[in-house]
Design a protein. Structure first.
Length: 446
């Protein structure tokens, strides 16, 4: 099998479908295993993420030509067909015959009996290309779901909360790859110095909207760069950085980060504290705490103390210990669909219900760890009201010793909206050009 780039895309798609694997982790695993060139990595990545994004619309088209139904097509064969359809309709630079022929070869690699079927269905699609945008569905929600390739439950929920026009804008943005954002590590290098170093290597570098953020273009495999290995930066979205800025940690304080892995916010806190003070960073998995420690070491940070703790449990030794406590709560992750498109297919409404219970539990425990006049910051990378505004409303009803704090002063103009006056901000990819995020800042009064 010569075409490793397409083969890896199919393998990863099957792993996501069958094992609920994370796309980025499996993709990197196969890249190492097959030793792909930078060009092939870029090609494989585009096919993989594009196919995941547009899976529902692609499947709707395939179903028109699959006489026995799409559910009867073996997964390996179906994913091979999917990547060909994606290339035909979304990648102008790929010849149609190459997309078809290579998918047939990939099918032969594992399910040779299905090669002629694959060839026939793809040739039939080529003869009927107009069918791709012909969505013959009367139900509005189902039609929008297929057209923009998002689950129907997601479409209904977002339209209910934000309106149809906004929901369409959001889904369009979710189907557009995001820029790569990095946080400059001011403990080791200035923003100007890092910008010059990267530009000297022909990387397109653009100014971010926060003091420590930069936008990079034209550089794949950035984690293999000398600048990354020396700890000059960490990959982090501006929305995530903003949560730490709103927390506003100070040198020599004690900060508790209850859900710290992989360490983006913990290390940012340390950076803002000038690596002076104490950060207690918790997680329930050893291998995730290892990531926190690895990031801290690379960035030259030594004030983070990782501990294996379950934040859904209450720990008496933490009672009023934290000047500031951060909860980057487990959530549905629906604000990250641009970067991790499989989230839309691997999350459902029952998951959200279970997550809300965990979020409330962690928040109520955390409230007891904050010193009087201290800060409790709650953030998620999702956009649902239940996981955000409603969790905070419920908390305030049961904890009258806390109040929301005006956070407008911490927000650059591009992130501001009316909600910040009420002590929280909700960010959307289509409005703010960053991850979907929610941040609420609470002060303990007594």
């Amino acid at each position: 099998m010569e075409d490793k780039a397409r083969l890896i895309a199919v393998k990863t798609l099957c792993d996501i479908d069958e094992k609920k694997s994370y796309s980025n982790i499996k993709l990197n695993y196969y890249f190492k295993k097959y030793d792909l060139s930078t060009i092939d990595r870029t090609f494989s990545t585009e096919i993989l993420y594009g196919t995941i994004r547009w899976k529902l619309k692609i499947d709707y088209l395939i179903s028109k030509f699959a006489k026995k139904g799409i559910n009867n097509i073996p997964n390996w064969v179906l994913n091979s067909i999917r990547i060909a359809v994606y290339q035909i309709f979304f990648m102008d630079r790929v010849p149609e015959f190459a997309a078809v022929d290579q998918s047939v070869e990939i099918v032969k690699y594992k399910v040779p009996k299905a090669a002629s079927f694959t060839n026939a269905i793809l040739r039939n699609i080529l003869r009927n290309k107009d069918e791709f945008n012909n969505i013959d569905v009367k139900d509005k929600f189902k039609k929008l779901s297929i057209q923009y390739s998002h689950p129907e439950w997601f479409v209904k929920r977002v339209i209910k909360e934000t309106g149809e026009d906004f929901a369409i804008e959001l889904m369009n943005k979710n189907n557009t790859p995001s820029d790569l954002t990095i946080r400059v590590n001011s403990l080791k290098i200035s923003k100007k110095e890092l910008t010059n170093a990267l530009r000297s290597k022909k990387v397109e570098v653009y100014e971010g909207r926060l003091d420590e953020s930069l936008i990079l273009k034209g550089y794949s495999n950035i984690e293999k760069s000398e600048e990354f290995s020396k700890g000059y930066f960490i990959i982090q979205d501006e929305a995530s950085m903003l949560a730490t800025k709103i927390l506003d940690p100070k040198p020599f304080e004690t900060i508790i980060d209850l859900c710290s892995a992989p360490g983006g916010k913990s290390t940012h806190i340390a950076q803002l504290m000038e690596n002076k003070g104490e950060i207690l960073a918790f997680d329930i998995y050893d291998h995730k705490l290892k990531l926190v420690n690895e990031n801290a070491k690379r960035l030259g940070i030594d004030i983070i103390k990782t501990q294996l703790r379950d934040s859904t449990l209450y720990y008496k030794d933490l009672e009023q210990k934290g000047d500031r406590v951060l909860i980057d709560a487990p959530c549905s992750g629906l604000g990250l669909i641009r970067k991790k498109p499989e989230i839309r297919w691997n999350t459902n409404e029952d998951d959200i219900k279970q997550l809300i219970k965990i979020q409330k539990n962690i928040l109520n425990n955390a409230a007891r760890y904050v010193k009087v006049n201290g800060v409790l910051l709650y953030s998620t990378c999702t956009i649902t009201r239940e996981e955000n505004e409603e969790v905070i409303d419920d908390f305030l009803k049961n904890n009258n010793n806390y109040e929301l704090k005006d956070i407008c002063s911490y927000l650059p103009l591009e992130f501001k909206n009316d909600s910040c006056k009420n002590g929280f901000v909700k960010l959307y990819p289509n409005l703010n050009n960053c991850d979907g995020f929610f941040i609420a800042k609470l002060i303990r009064k007594w």
